[in-house]
Design a protein around this ligand. Sequence first.
Ligand code: HEM
Length: 594
Amino acid sequence: MLSDKLLHKTQEILTNLTIAKLLLLTLTLAITAIIIDYGYMLYLRSKMPPGPFPWPIIGNTFSLPDTKPWIYFEELSKKYGTPIITFWIGRNPTIWLNDAWTAHALLEKRAQIYASRPRMVVFGELGTGQNNLVTMRILSDTDRDHWRVHRKLMHLGVGIQSVRGYREIQNNESKIVALDLLREPKEYVKHLERYATSVVSIIAFGRRVKRWDDPIITEVIALMQLAADLNVPGRRWPMLLETFPFLARLPRRLWPLLPFFKGLNYRAPPKNGRGGHYFFHSLALEALAQYDSKPPSQKASIPTPYIKTLTSQNHNLPDSEISSLVGNLFGAGSDTSSSTLITFILACCAFPDAMLKAQAELDSVIGPDRSPHWDDGPSLPYINAFVKEVFRWRSVAIIGGQPHSNTVADWYNGWLIPKHSWVQGNVWAIHHHEREFPDPDRFFPDRFLPDHPYHRPFPGEKGYMSFGWGRRVCSGQALAEQGTWITVARLLWGFNIRKWRDAETGREEEVDIFGFTNGLNMRPKAFRCVIVPRTERVRETMVREGEEAERELRWLEGESKYRMSTFYQERRREVKEVPVVDESGVVRVVKVKD
Ligand code: HEM
């Protein structure tokens, strides 16, 4: 009895000792790994551009402000007295470029090595990843070829060569915006969102978006704003996944229980390679069927939809990639373009002198009986400067969209930029730099006129960096610039846009030129304003032109049966029939096992 007890006790001590030893060993190994890792971080730091001192594992993550980190990085750049700084998000060094010359020197002049994207857990791995041009990384020759195919196909749709063919669509849609503003000026945000979404919908699918409450607008823009919000470097929960990437490997059923995944769409089906792309694919196939069923006379009067061009060529791309290409037009093109125009409205309210000067130029060149056209561009230097200032003053892609990444280690001014770094152009700091843009918060188009004392040297001929750099420069830049020009010129010509005035007291409501959203694509926070036609004659012209435009675009009207909000619930119910495109681009519905 006694010997049994003794034996049991001895076993217990031995077992405990083993567990204790094991724990000690694990702890020692973990501490050693952290020390080695931290030593390496500090070694890299000693060679890299300056920045705040990082902690082991978490780097500088917890010094990030909750909102608008671009202002913080601009301040850090001033503090360290250099336009290029290092900031550690977890164990990843991120390089922030805070002036135009440094951004140009790295991302333009060394474009070949800065053409990749870094590892992005939230936006890349949990999002569209290697299926989508926007997040595609270039880690091998195969990746490079894959990326080139996407870039080429994107150019086929919205490259400089193609966009001239979309001029009349943008012209007509912007005439309809003017008409909409005459009817419902208070809903200016909705009209501008409708305009931007309709243009890309016509280009992508050959179908115009007629109403501003069409779910394709509200849902896609809401999704883009959510994505843009989630993708701002910060210490908010989902961004902490960049600091602790291993968490992203946890099973999806655990996601709802963990705060890290708050706001992420853990319900979208990740299986079958369909994921979030499948919504756009279904939309695309539906649009193809609608286009194919149009009589030849109607088809001849509209540009071939991008989805038709894509599916008619044999690129062997899977469905998910075809849908990401068309989806990009919505994702990258609707929120950005409409936010830019909302910023323009804010600028008119806050800086009426610039608006009046632009109107004087338009009156002398155009007159009241027709609205401006691109052909007037050479005679409208102030309007050209005005549109540039819209892009500069409060640039929508305030941190230059997605980060770039270098495929090989690089040296700049004696500083190391390790391979695969996260390199981000801080457009806020670049466009806010007193040296290039004196009095930067003032909306002042004159600064773009070559003889003005505020005109300063700037790398690149455009004079702004709102569309990114090098080989990853925005694929839709030409389309966006063309559309913004015609809409800004037309609205300046047609309307007085000013601060909201209280009907009883007659007092004007101030607008906040710093009141912008926190997303990666920012836009002014909601504000009220007055938008009224400048004269009766101009109003009549806008009505005539707007109604003509509605008639011209009527062939493109159409509805979608899909709604993003309910799409996946419906998909989860057993689907037996799906549309597919055959080799000649014709859509057929076939039965498949779900
Ligand atoms: C005012 C409107 C727009 C702005 C300010 C804007 C800005 C940007 C920026 C800053 C980038 C990242 C560039 C870089 O990484 O260096 C980008 C990428 C991109 N944009 Fe735009 N964009 C606009 C409109 C559009 C439109 C209308 C489309 C398509 C129809 C579009 C399609 C894309 C695509 C596909 C990319 C990814 C390119 C790549 O990674 O290779 N964008 N955009």
